[in-house]
Write a protein that binds this ligand. Structure first.
Ligand SMILES: [Fe+2]
Length: 283
């Protein structure tokens, strides 16, 4: 076992094993299914230490959400824990991490498949991979220049097609308020791409808590939304299992509504824990 993985496993037993529960995750999955969303975005960290046998176990959970047509996955830092983790993830999740019409994603090179583009109704889902192996105790991510260039092109194409553009990446793509060793190393690059080409919504994971920030686009502010962990054992106001049920109304003055649904310490059922309506804003 790689040194970093050993550290990760020890950390798991010390802390994470008691704050994540598969029973909680099952309840969240059941609630998601009940709401029949048009599409599901999983923003990464499906496993703990990127050990190949972890991925088929994660896949059994993901399969409960839907097929690869209805579920889009992007890798997180734990999915890319050490060299060899991402290929092991890809062997299981390639159909969930590819563009529309990519009939045989398992045969193509993972790095060349990102960013991918999936169009559902009038919404474009653009998936970026920021998962890269890092030194122990680091949880950083990187988009890279090549993905940045491809992202620019995809954002232009999808804007010209009149689509509502949702960009998904695991790490919060902001430079403010990020703890040392946990952020996106080239967040500035991402910010510049979005400032120039725009997007209507950015979704990320990583922080295990809901967050709402804004990023400047060419014509309007772009909402940047973080999500809680779907397997967190309810403990404090900050740590609860939840997901975001997002309603998109392109063209309206309130184009995005986010219903946070989760399990609180007081209420062990999955219920609404917050509702945020976003209004169209200029820069
Ligand atoms: Fe993460």
């Amino acid at each position: 076992m790689a040194n970093k993985r050993l550290t990760g496993v020890l950390n798991w037993h010390r802390a994470r094993a008691t704050i994540h529960s598969m029973g909680v995750l099952e309840a969240i999955i059941a609630d998601i299914r009940q709401h029949r969303p048009d599409h599901i975005a999983l923003t990464g960290d499906l496993v703990n230490v990127g050990y190949p046998p972890e991925f088929p176990v994660a896949a059994r959970m993901v399969d409960k959400l839907g097929s690869s047509t209805d579920v889009s996955v992007i890798p997180g830092n734990h999915d890319a824990y050490v060299r060899g983790s991402l290929p092991a993830m890809d062997a299981v999740f390639a159909p969930f991490m590819c563009s529309d019409g990519d009939g045989n994603p398992g045969n193509s090179v993972l790095a060349e498949r990102f960013p991918y583009l999936r169009v559902r109704q009038n919404v474009a889902f653009i998936g970026i991979n920021t998962g890269v192996p890092t030194a122990p105790f680091f949880a950083t991510g990187t988009m890279g220049a090549e993905q940045g260039r491809k992202l620019e092109k995809l954002l232009e194409e999808t804007r010209n097609a009149g689509l509502f553009r949702v960009v998904m990446l695991h790490h919060p793509p902001v430079t403010r308020g990020v703890k040392f060793g946990r952020g996106l190393t080239d967040a500035r690059r991402f910010e510049l791409v979005l400032r120039r080409h725009g997007a209507e919504l950015v979704l990320h994971g990583h922080n295990h808590r809901f967050s709402l920030q804004q990023m400047a686009g060419p014509a309007a502010q772009i909402p940047v939304v973080g999500v809680g962990s779907a397997s967190a054992v309810p403990g404090t106001a900050q740590h609860l299992a939840e997901y975001n049920l997002i309603r998109i109304n392109p063209g309206s003055e309130q184009p995005v509504q986010i219903e946070r649904r989760g399990i609180t310490f007081e209420n062990r059922m999955v219920s609404r824990v917050g509702l945020v309506t976003l209004h169209r804003t200029g820069n």
